[in-house]
Design a binder for this molecule. Structure first.
Ligand SMILES: Cc1cc2nc3c(=O)[nH]c(=O)nc-3n(C[C@H](O)[C@H](O)[C@H](O)COP(=O)(O)OP(=O)(O)OC[C@H]3O[C@@H](n4cnc5c(N)ncnc54)[C@H](O)[C@@H]3O)c2cc1C
Ligand code: FES
Length: 237
């Protein structure tokens, strides 16, 4: 979905999100958070899947509809350390959404980007074309084997980490996948950043509905994240 949001588009950093008020009815009181996939001109683009009432209403909106209200950009996005030469992106399904703009920006600054992208099926591989346009290589894995390697994306990601030198790993997807990638990156001695999803009510740090347990105590995904250093996060056992 493309949204006309000039101020947001002008200031967004890769990995930040928008908080959308989808409707004003009583069953949709809370805003819904969505990663900003890309920004261009006065527009921001999000990729979303229909999960419940809010996303269903979004999918039904006609082009030009002005009923939605947007707050953003919100949160802390990806960090690009000085002097990186090669970055590995590992995505699971819609986890590709917050990495689109980062891939474009790194490639524009001469950073080589390699991508390992996974999804349950071929149809659920998102943003593949964008990655193929900017990345040095894109490896694909699907759980059902309908495209690329048959199996989890952790397999090509582990292979890339063993065979090539990376300065940073960026990952977003289902939490077990992110946890596995964080462990692989730690074993390879490569810093890793993850983007965590939490249920969010306020989106601005006030309600504590989005807490993440870290080595420094509880943090809020909406303002301290959604991007965290993987080494900072304490995973539930
Ligand atoms: C920082 C952030 C970025 C996100 N980016 C994207 C994105 O780019 N694209 C996208 O499709 N979705 C994204 N999400 C998830 C998105 O916010 C939810 O899918 C959306 O709020 C569902 O709204 P709904 O009204 O359709 O569903 P609801 O009726 O609110 O919920 C339907 C079902 O989805 C579950 N659900 C709701 N919110 C979340 C959530 N945050 N995480 C996991 N499960 C949830 C509910 O528990 C319920 O089972 C993001 C979430 C966060 C926190
Ligand atoms: S959503 Fe309210 S504190 Fe994060």
């Amino acid at each position: 979905m493309t949204l006309h949001a000039p101020e947001c588009a002008a200031s967004v950093q890769p990995g930040q999100f928008v908080h959308l008020r989808v409707a004003t009815g009583s069953d949709i009181i809370l805003r819904r958070p969505f990663s900003i996939h890309r920004a261009y001109g006065e527009r921001v683009e999000i990729l979303y899947q229909i999960l419940g009432t809010g996303t269903l209403l979004m999918a039904e909106k006609p082009v030009g509809d002005e009923s939605m209200d947007l707050v953003g950009p919100l949160g802390h996005g990806w960090r690009a350390p000085e002097g990186i030469a090669h970055a590995l992106f590992v995505t699971g399904g819609l986890g590709a959404a917050p990495l689109g703009m980062l891939a474009e920006q790194l490639a524009a600054h001469g950073v080589a980007v390699s991508v390992a992208m996974g999804a349950p099926t071929k149809e659920r591989l998102v943003a593949r074309e964008l990655f193929e346009n900017v990345a040095r290589q894109v490896l694909v894995a699907t759980d059902d084997g309908s495209d690329g390697e048959h199996g989890f994306v952790t397999v090509p990601a582990a292979r890339l980490l063993a065979e090539e030198r990376f300065d940073v790993v960026y990952t977003c997807g289902p939490e077990p996948m992110q946890r596995a990638i964080a462990a692989l990156a730690a074993d390879a001695g490569v810093p890793c950043q993850i983007s965590l999803e939490r249920l969010m009510a306020c989106g601005i740090g006030a309600c504590l509905s989005c807490v993440v347990l870290t080595v420094d105590g509880l943090k809020r995904a909406c303002v301290d994240g959604p991007v965290f250093d993987a080494a900072e996060v304490t995973w539930k056992s």
